[in-house]
Design a protein. Structure first.
Length: 285
């Protein structure tokens, strides 16, 4: 863990700051009423459940006031992406919140509730309970904010991908999957790296750009099935034994015996077009 690294920006956004305060308040209220910290029931045995709930709500409001003030300051000073806290600074900030909240609880215990125990004992108990009250929801929310941020990023990518406004970005993101005869994925390659496919019997060979060279991989599958899977992605059948990536077609040349497709691979390639597929190729292009 690099303590000098910046914390993720989503920890200090306005919406997430509000979520943190609300969630921590709810968690604190549940914790106080279920676990009854500070040995409160031992010296408040004659208090009804309703009064105890009211009292715990006041404690939570006091604690959340400390957290709210702290987080508002953090948001105002470090809410922008360019002024994020470093991890060690953030951890110190959380430690200061725990200490401030513990002092608030302890003072309230001694003054408003007339707790006769030693102040240092109250501080020790408060530090233990406050650490649990804050660190557990903080940890849960950090995981949630991280998950939510990743989901939003993926959503933006998918929206860009599906919008068609940025075709080049869409092509760069698209992966082509190749399946075997059992329907299992055997190979995946970027659309822009796929050059052509050659079929023979019940096997296909996928040719793709690998840096400055042309590489290949053989998969047990038929050209008929490959054509059904890949045609919607611009991979067109041009011959009984060939399919080509339309994005890499540079020229169509009529020569003796038919038409040839010229692909701009690491080295120029020529793929034949048979008469039965000429119309499909021209319609696509």
């Amino acid at each position: 863990m690099d303590l000098s690294s910046r914390i993720p920006y989503y920890l200090t956004t306005k919406s997430n700051t509000i979520k943190l305060i609300v969630f921590t308040a709810i968690f604190s209220l549940v914790f106080i009423n279920i676990f009854e910290p500070y040995n409160s029931r031992a010296w408040l045995h004659d208090m009804s459940d309703f009064k105890y709930f009211v009292l715990s709500s006041v404690l939570v409001l006091l604690g959340m006031a400390v957290v709210a003030i702290s987080r508002v300051i953090m948001y105002r000073k470090f809410g922008s992406k360019g002024h994020r806290l470093r991890l060690w600074q953030f951890l110190l900030w959380v430690a200061a919140e725990i200490l401030a909240m513990s002092l608030t609880f302890s003072i309230f215990e001694m003054t408003a509730m007339r707790d006769e125990r030693c102040f240092l004992d109250l501080i020790r108990i408060a530090l233990r309970n406050t650490s649990f009250v804050l660190l557990l929801p903080y940890s849960v929310l950090w995981l949630y904010f991280s998950w939510d941020d990743k989901n939003k990023r993926l959503l933006r990518i998918n929206e860009s991908y599906n919008s068609g406004d940025d075709a080049s970005a869409k092509d760069k993101l698209m992966m082509i999957n190749f399946y075997d005869s059992k329907g299992d994925i055997k190979f995946s390659v970027k659309l822009l790296d796929l050059m052509y496919i050659k079929g023979a019997d019940n096997y296909i060979t996928v040719y793709y750009k690998d840096g400055q060279k042309l590489s290949s991989v053989m998969i047990r599958n038929t050209m008929k099935q490959a054509e059904a899977d890949l045609k919607p992605k611009g991979i067109i059948r041009c011959h009984k034994s060939y399919m080509v990536n339309s994005k890499h077609i540079k020229t169509l040349e009529r020569k003796d015996g038919g038409v040839m497709i010229r692909l701009e691979a690491p080295l120029p390639l020529q793929i034949p077009i048979t008469k039965s597929y000429v119309k499909d190729v021209y319609e696509l292009l």
